[in-house]
Design a protein around this ligand. Sequence first.
Ligand SMILES: Cc1ncc(COP(=O)(O)O)c(C=O)c1O
Length: 484
Amino acid sequence: MIDLGLRFKAQSDIFSDRMPPEKIRDVLVSELPDAPSGLDAVLSMFAQTVLPLCKNEASPHFVGFGDTGDDPAALAGGLLALLTQQNLINQSFDAPSATFVEMVVLRWLRDLLGYHNAPVSNIQTVWDVGGVITHGGTTSNAVAMMLAREHKAPGTMHVGVVNPNQFGIIVPRGIGHYSVKSALTWIGVGDQAIEVDTHAFRYDLTALERALHEHRDQVMSVVAYAGDSRTQTVEHLRRVYEIVSTADPRIWLHVDACWGLVAAFSDKFRYLLDGITEFDSVTVDPHKVMAVPYSLSALVVRQPASLRTVSSYSDLIMQEDYAFGQVTPFIGTKGWLSLKLWMMMLSHGRAGLAALAEHRVSKARRFAALLDEHPHMLRMHDPDLSAVAFVYLPSNVRPESTVTELEIDWINTVNQGIHDRMLAEGSWYLHQFSLPDDHGRLRAGATLYPFRFMANNPRTGEHHMAEVIDYVTKLGGNLEGELR
Ligand SMILES: Cc1ncc(COP(=O)(O)O)c(C=O)c1O
């Protein structure tokens, strides 16, 4: 089983086989047979029919997303967590040592971000730790929104939502992640995200001040991105903190640092996170930036005791000081997710984490330089971390002169066509999404559909970067000819 998995990870292709979804449906969706098959037969069925269609993010050609999940120590932790079957809901009989591994990992994350940790002997309960481990950034953000709600109207957990108008949140327009908006609907306060204009993928600070003034008393939280999900631009956190706390110090400040955590690893990039410890809560996603296999996220909070406001108790279980189940809303039984991270962080140490961050950022800068040398490629931003978003420029478009709306449509048609073809062929993967042209590289205010290169994959080298640019150029040239 381990050989099968490792051979899969080590293969150079992203996919061994491609099929349209309906065909995969028809092959795989069948009735449960009466007769038992035995594990060997099941494994070989899996290897022949399911695995060839799986995507291999560790392929050096998979350059569009963060997670390669291939850190050896993290993989070892993942396997051992499966085999040891600890349940992080309780400490005493469910997770006697695992609970403290979870705690130490949260403390390391807090420390890297710059938050203060209480002396070990002062950790008397889970409310002294200052964070929780969850299954992903979406859950961590949802818990943060619950904290914001309880901060604004204490006791809403128990009495229900009264006067929903007070639970608005401010988010940056066009670059936020859907999870915080979804969280508002899940926690019952209504979908009331107030979108504020951005400039260069950060809040337009004048517009932020204006929004705070216009929506006085209606805002429970301001959300900032330390690495937005598209370009990984890191917000000017200290400026946002100063503006929000001046306007209304009661507002809960949340940072989504799912991507930005990586800046905390190196002295060279930590300045990007200046001000983060003034924020009330921070989401981080080690399964995005630390090559930790799915899934693992954490929410850390400035004041550890704030987690009391979203705690739940039961007389069946969790009646003990160190039971994490009390402070993880939405989650009951929870596997030992943190073991992967414990092993990964110990095996790298501080120096290894710094080297990982520096290697990724320098690779992203090299990719940006390759784009800049190429007549058909246009970079949409200056990379802060490891993401580089860019468009393919069709032959007749000149970015130095005024680009018309018609030309924007043409650029988008060609870029989306390239992406469709890339997905169908399956030999390379770059991510694609809508993006406001926030630097005005082509036409200020236009919505573009760029590609996104991500420098997280340790197997992607310089020649792969040149090859993927050639590949996009070739597809773009072919499409231009066909579509005209
Ligand atoms: C900025 C940001 N926040 C939150 C999330 C959600 O994280 P997850 O998929 O781990 O739930 C993402 C996912 O891409 C993200 O980019």
